[in-house]
Design a protein around this ligand. Sequence first.
Ligand code: HAX
Length: 439
Amino acid sequence: MDALKQKFHKKSAALRDELRAISKSKGDTVVGEVKLSQVLGGARGVKMMLWETSELDANEGIRFRGYSIPQLREVLPKAKGCNEPLPEGLFWLMLIGEVPTAKEVKWLSKEWQKRAKLPAHTYNVINALPKNTHPMVQFSVAIASMESTSLFSKGYAKGMSKKDYWDPTYEDAMNLVARLPVVAAYIYRRVFHDDVHIAADRSLDWAANFAHMLGINDEDNFKSLMRLYLTIHADHEGGNASAHTAHLIGSTLSSSYLSYAGAMNSLAGPLHGLANQEVIKWIFEMIKSIGKNPSKAQITAYVKKTLKAGKVIPGYGHAVLREPDPRFIAQRVFAEEHLKDAEIVQVVWKVFDVVPGILKGLGKVKNPWPNVDAHSGAILVHYGMKEYPFYTVLFGVSRALGVLAASCWSRAMGMPLERPKSVTSEWVKEVAKQKKKKK
Ligand code: HAX
């Protein structure tokens, strides 16, 4: 058994016993109340799941096992000559709660390189789809097709004991994370580069090899960008739509392949991960309509026109955050270091100067600030990746780190089938009447 797996097993077995004891002795403790506005409002803020890998604070943003994004840039091991953390280090941290050494991260890079082979039929499944199928659909289908290699499903079919579920779940998570850059690069080169593929470079780390297989020219800076990008998109606690989808599907004991394919279908919605493509599409349309170097007054008019048409401003707002997203800030810092004169980046910064004031003025938007998706496209465009329908796939490769690490915990904890209660509108009206009477 590898060292990471051993540590995970030891820690998760201990926590499982501890939580079971807490549930038995203190299970009746009330931890909150649910209001009708939450029943009707997307369950915002309802505490109802366990998620070990990260936690989101509305004002401070995401913390991965207690570490903020600037702290991750300080403490996680880095590749030689690069200021950005290696995502392998974040996976290690999220899985067992310890900052890894450079040696441990090197081992993980090698381990993922070893596990990165796709089943032959997955290529056939992707190739069977018309090339104009949205890349997120190709990605999701490809992931689901790998279910046939799930060690968890094989073990379950053979009658594996509940206490052993964590073991093949760890193996599936490691295999899937290792394979995702290969799947994603294959889709990118298939759709946008005439099926001319680039072989993996096994000497590289996970993110750099992904950058290499994508074939983007400014390789060194793009490799640094991918290390940052795949780190900051990795997890956003458990309640966001993609993570929660994976958690729900996984709770039925379907494999990591099926649950992660489901997560990707959720990420592919424009209010969630697809917002990264919508942002740059919106910016391209604005540039087409008013020119490459729009003034703040012109952007203001364009934003108002978008709102008047009954549309949202993509890349702004958040269900939980109430301050500018630290993931936006991290990308801004990267852009300031590497590409501050790029015209497209200047446009993103001007949009940032204008949009929050306008959204605040609407009086209903709870968070007028940019989220993670407001910045990413402009940086990708600068490095030559203009094919925005692919952007959410990049997000999907990263999100696997957190979601699959969390899935190991769910299995190890023996988390039960998830089954919240729904209510009818009749029930809601009845409750509303009672509330009125009480007043
Ligand atoms: N532009 C215009 N209106 C907005 C808005 C925006 N960016 N953000 C919120 N609003 C509106 C909502 O549509 C809602 O209007 P109605 O009452 O008329 O329905 C009102 O403000 C209140 O919404 P809220 O409570 O502030 O926000 P929600 O928690 O309901 O929604 C969303 C959060 C992220 C879905 C929302 O802010 C939005 O649509 N943003 C644009 C899309 C986007 O960038 N999504 C990516 C989010 C981050 C992410 O998951 N990345 O993967």
